[in-house]
Design a protein around this ligand. Structure first.
Ligand code: BDR
Ligand code: CA
Length: 317
């Protein structure tokens, strides 16, 4: 039976790729798309999600989510990475005819988890604001989710630290208070952080294949990725890291990853704001800020070639 997936996203070039991967994968049933500010503002990410739904015939409803972080001031928009419109400056219509679900994203998440207790995998690849709002409104939903897969964080494994500050990854820094609440809730979370997503590269050759052999979706991914690729080339990197699609891939095939269990806290202030820190449960620390926080799983290793084959095979197939 296909896995029911609720996709919380800020499309976003790699978000769009992850969404199309889930849309095309036969073992994924997208039950909803909730949007959150991040790669661009909430109006544009929502418009982009509606555009993807309409153009690629995605059945799942789209619900508009949070437009700012819970507590902090919003940071600058990452136009250098995702373009002014969030989709690599590829022209798309300003307004989309498609219907938006009338509910705010947090309410949509609550309703969906209540309708399908124990069945929904949330794949969250943006700021965690919608999930934190849903938990605040209905804390019992933590017991209703099958799993929460997050693209976010950097755990200093294999030398991988932050991508926005030396210690913080973008999705977590974008709303650190929300992230701390989501990691601290009693639902099973798996974090797919930079430690593993930076080990999976989408190369110019992959993009050429998507463009030539991947039909309309492949061509679209190649087109929106051009701006993203040029951003990475400034650092001498050919191609780009596969962030959001790695989290989507975990939802389909968790055997691609090795994980480690332990409670995770997120620093919400100071120069380490946005840092994700998992306690090593083997060390007998004295009383600490991780006490009473449930164990969550953090990805420590990935079978990069196998993951790439799954993502590319699905998008090309
Ligand atoms: C994350 O930030 C965004 O730029 C991407 O869409 C991804 O979710 C990577 O740090
Ligand atoms: Ca994203």
């Amino acid at each position: 039976m296909a896995k029911k997936i609720l996709f919380d996203t800020d499309p976003g070039v790699d978000d769009a790729t992850a969404l199309l991967f889930l849309h095309k994968h036969p073992e994924a049933e997208l039950v909803g798309i909730t949007t959150v500010f991040g790669n661009t503002d909430i109006d544009r990410v929502t418009r982009n999600a509606l555009y993807l739904k309409e153009r690629f015939d995605v059945a799942a409803p789209v619900a508009r989510g949070a437009g700012r972080p819970l507590v902090c001031e919003p940071g600058p928009l990452p136009v250098l990475v995702h373009g002014d419109n969030g989709l690599g400056n590829v022209t798309i219509p300003e307004s989309i005819a498609g219907d938006l679900d009338p509910r705010p994203a947090a309410r949509f998440i609550i309703d969906t988890l209540r309708e399908h207790p124990g069945e929904i995998t949330i794949v969250a690849v943006g700021r965690l604001t919608n999930l934190a709002q849903a938990l605040a409104e209905a804390p019992e939903i933590a017991g209703l989710a099958k799993e929460v897969v997050i693209m976010g964080g950097a755990f200093a494994l294999s030398g991988h630290n932050g991508n926005v500050t030396p210690v913080a990854e973008a999705n977590i820094l974008g709303d650190p208070h929300a992230a701390d609440l989501v990691f601290g809730a009693a639902w099973p979370v798996v974090a797919v952080g930079l430690d593993v997503t930076r080990q999976v590269m989408i190369t110019p050759r992959d993009l050429a294949r998507l463009h030539g052999e991947g039909g309309d979706a492949g061509r679209f991914i190649a087109e929106i990725s051009d701006h993203y690729r040029r951003f990475y080339s400034r650092f001498g990197i050919e191609g780009f890291y596969c962030h959001d699609a790695s989290a989507a891939a975990l939802a389909i095939d968790p055997s691609l990853f090795t994980t480690r269990a332990g409670p995770v806290r997120v620093a919400t202030e100071g120069i380490v704001m946005g840092q994700t820190i998992q306690r090593d449960n083997r060390i007998p620390f004295g009383p600490n800020a991780w006490d009473g926080v449930p164990d969550q799983h953090v990805c420590v290793e990935v079978e990069a070639d196998r993951l790439k084959a799954l993502v590319m095979g699905t998008l090309l197939g």
